[in-house]
Design a protein. Structure first.
Length: 315
């Protein structure tokens, strides 16, 4: 998922407050300089920072890429950043480790938001390997917390706490901004629950293992995952089991993501279900891991669109 394509070195950084002419990439203005790992975190930070600083997002809008080496512009940005917010939980840590030495920032501060979340809010990811019956093994923590408005609220509060520590004089501003944005997130969750309230279908198939938190917030269930590893097509056994499950429980909605174009396995499942009399359909759910343009409104706008797309498909 996200770890496969964040920080594409050949692409630049998209600022939430417009392009910068300064060599460092930051605008010539007073206030905090905040870096965020990818669009959702940038949206949260921008809504809390407001006019008290600038937020930039390290992001990619094309392709699948592992966390590569930082490029010169990223290094310059990190050199002046007051704080870097990343998701953590298996995403982005290796990148910032490689960024620290060349950035040579004397006030270096990286906040892994996922590590600040109480364990009661965390879910395990899907098992990505086969194992013998009775074999004990640990599943990795699912890192996609931002797709849950409930958990996004927690992220927002943690961001606010860090910003207040960095600039106590603006603490009341950050607190007020956070309160306002948390209210919007609360309204977003209420919007989704109301939209899906009368749906008898509550299960769907996810193309990637990324929607558990989203489903939990909106009282839905992920019946199965097509690609347990991004870019790795499911084997015959997994496909057979997934088809059997869909047929048995009449599951016909398949969530796909705009960032990924290779949907061969999903198409095969839809075609096979059609042969069994089940008119399956694709529903686009944007996991916000990439964005053509990052704005403070992006998160809520995209999440509302995701909910509306799903509501149209579920019966």
């Amino acid at each position: 998922m996200l770890k496969y394509f964040l920080f594409l070195s050949s692409l630049g950084l998209i600022g939430l407050s417009g392009c910068s002419s300064a060599d460092s990439g930051w605008k010539e203005q007073r206030g905090l300089k905040v870096l965020a790992g990818f669009p959702p975190l940038a949206c949260l930070a921008e809504n809390i920072v407001g006019d008290a600083g600038e937020v930039l997002s390290i992001t990619t809008t094309a392709g699948v890429h592992s966390e590569g080496d930082p490029n010169s512009r990223e290094i310059r940005l990190a050199r002046e950043a007051d704080v870097i917010f990343i998701n953590g939980l298996g995403l982005q840590e290796s990148y910032v480790r490689k960024l620290r030495a060349p950035a040579a920032n004397p006030k270096w501060k990286v906040v892994e938001l996922g590590k600040l979340i109480d364990k009661k809010w965390l879910l395990e990811g899907e098992c990505h390997h086969e194992h013998a019956a009775g074999e004990e093994h640990e599943h990795p923590t699912d890192p996609h917390l931002w797709l849950s408005p409930t958990r996004a609220e927690i992220y927002a509060r943690e961001i606010c706490n860090v910003l207040k520590e960095l600039n106590p004089e603006k603490a009341s501003v950050f607190e007020a901004n956070c309160t306002n944005y948390v209210q919007k997130l609360t309204e977003l969750k209420a919007f989704g629950l109301n939209l899906l309230n009368d749906k008898k279908e509550r299960k769907f198939v996810s193309f990637h293992d990324s929607l558990q938190y989203f489903a939990k917030d909106f009282q839905l269930q992920i019946a199965g995952v097509i690609e347990l590893e991004p870019g790795v097509e499911p084997g015959a056994k997994q496909m057979s089991e997934l088809l059997d499950l869909c047929i048995k429980e009449n599951i016909r909605v398949i969530a796909v993501e705009p960032q990924f174009t290779a949907k061969n396995a999903a198409t095969t499942i839809r075609e096979e279900l059609k042969k069994k009399g089940i008119e399956a359909e694709f529903v686009e759910i944007d996991t916000l891991e990439t964005a053509e343009k990052v704005t403070p409104e992006l998160y809520i706008h995209v999440m509302r669109q995701n909910l509306e797309n799903l509501a149209k498909a579920l019966k």
